[in-house]
Design a protein around this ligand. Structure first.
Ligand code: C5P
Length: 398
């Protein structure tokens, strides 16, 4: 089942340039099963047409408090009651001020007063306007009344300024929406997750590593957080932003990851080893950059500790899940690792298949626990992670 299945989202769009992103937001929310009804201010209609939003939402767009037709059935009250959440994105300084003041002089501000549903605003404005004392006071006021504020993000703005005030991107808004509605079933659990590659130094400027992007491990961390778990993410070097709310422990080498994993595993309920740990490390790391004199050279390597196997060997071991990235005989190798490393579950993926696994945004897994085999079909890593977390939670609670 999709996370937003059957959820009613009223999307309020106000007059900011980020309004051009809202058709994509509506499309993505609907993809996750949400019903979306759009309310637009006059300012919003200067940036994007109601016809576009009507087409993507498959619902009529509301834009007027004084619409005789809609108000025959008390349209604003009906919309206010229909909503499971009122999400305003982009939210201008103006709508934020109106909510703070309790004004009700157009349809959207009226809805804010008339709805019992939670209200979320995703601010979007020039950085100077965001930092203005009036805006900050208004943000404090509405936060203290329980309005949720998502963002704003930082970066280059449409006006050329650089700073805080950008509306969060569609992917971030979608993730926060899923997080908002996800059932919090893991609140008393501590999940420790390893992610990304490790780097094994050769000398001060060179290292041995692999192509792992860390995306799958980070998606699992996000999915576990969404379900209410406390999450520690032990990550090798990646170019990803850690999900907010998790404890990020940055490491480079397998030995550092091993040390952190064993120390955190003591308080973990679930341990997920998603990292692509280098099998070997250099025995003697050169203190200075190695010079290229000889035509050939040798580097002597020694085996790294097996992190997941050592966690699984703990007396009081957490529910331990490993990954098996294989290019052939996937099931055979995965089951071998499940047994040899004393794991409770192993998630296998065929990295030889185009479009899944290393560096891609999608994945497909076959999960084994020694008794059953469950297939998670090709989907975004976020969706695959959600299904895997649900599977682990179900198995762990048995
Ligand atoms: O043995 P192999 O590397 O194929 O096993 C993969 C699984 O073992 C993954 O879950 C990986 O994170 C974990 N692993 C580990 N420490 C190692 C090697 C692999 O935790 N040194």
């Amino acid at each position: 089942m999709q996370i937003l299945q059957g959820k009613n989202i009223v999307l309020g769009i106000t007059g900011g340039i980020a309004a051009y992103k809202t058709p994509e937001l509506v499309r993505r929310l609907k993809e996750q099963g949400a019903n979306v009804r759009v309310v637009m201010t006059d300012g919003a209609k200067a940036f994007i047409t109601p016809l576009t939003l009507q087409a993507v939402s498959a619902n009529p767009v509301s834009d007027s408090l004084l619409d005789t037709q809609a108000e025959l059935a008390m349209g604003h009250i009906e919309l206010a009651k229909w909503a499971d959440v009122l999400l305003i994105a982009p939210a201008t300084a103006d709508i934020i001020a109106k909510i703070a003041a309790g004004l009700a002089n157009d349809l959207l501000s009226t809805l804010c007063l008339a709805t019992a549903a939670p209200i979320v605003v995703a601010p979007a404005m020039n950085q100077q306007m965001w930092h203005a004392p009036a805006t900050q006071t208004n943000i404090n006021t509405i936060t203290s009344r329980g309005v949720h504020i998502w963002g704003p993000g930082e970066g280059e703005q449409a006006c050329g300024d650089i700073g805080k005030g950008r509306m969060l991107n569609v992917e971030e808004l979608l993730e926060l929406s899923c997080q908002f509605f996800a059932e919090k079933t893991l609140t008393d659990q501590h999940w420790v997750i390893t992610a990304g590659p490790t780097r094994e130094a050769i000398d001060p400027v060179r290292y041995i590593s692999n192509h792992s992007s860390g995306k799958m491990g980070y998606a699992i961390a996000q999915a576990a957080l969404n379900s209410g778990a406390k999450v520690s993410l032990i990550s090798g070097p990646v170019s990803l932003t850690a999900p907010s709310g998790c404890k990020l422990i940055k490491v480079e080498s397998a030995e550092q990851m091993h040390q952190q994993a064993l120390s955190l595993a003591e308080s973990a309920t679930v341990f997920v080893a998603c990292a692509a740990v280098a099998d070997y490390r250099v025995i003697e790391i050169a203190e200075q950059k190695i010079k290229k004199h000889a035509d050939a050279m040798q580097i002597n390597l020694v085996k790294n500790p097996d992190i997941v196997a050592d966690v699984a060997a703990l007396k009081d071991k957490p529910f331990t899940v490993g990954f098996a990235a294989e290019t052939q005989d996937v099931e055979h190798y995965a089951l071998g690792k499940l047994q040899r490393k004393n794991l409770d579950m192993i998630a296998a993926n065929d990295v030889a298949k185009v479009g899944q696994g290393f560096n891609s945004n999608e994945n497909a897994l076959t999960v084994f626990n020694g008794k059953e085999k469950v297939a998670i079909a090709l989907a975004s890593k976020a969706e695959v992670a959600r299904q895997l977390v649900a599977l682990i939670a179900k198995q762990y609670q048995k």
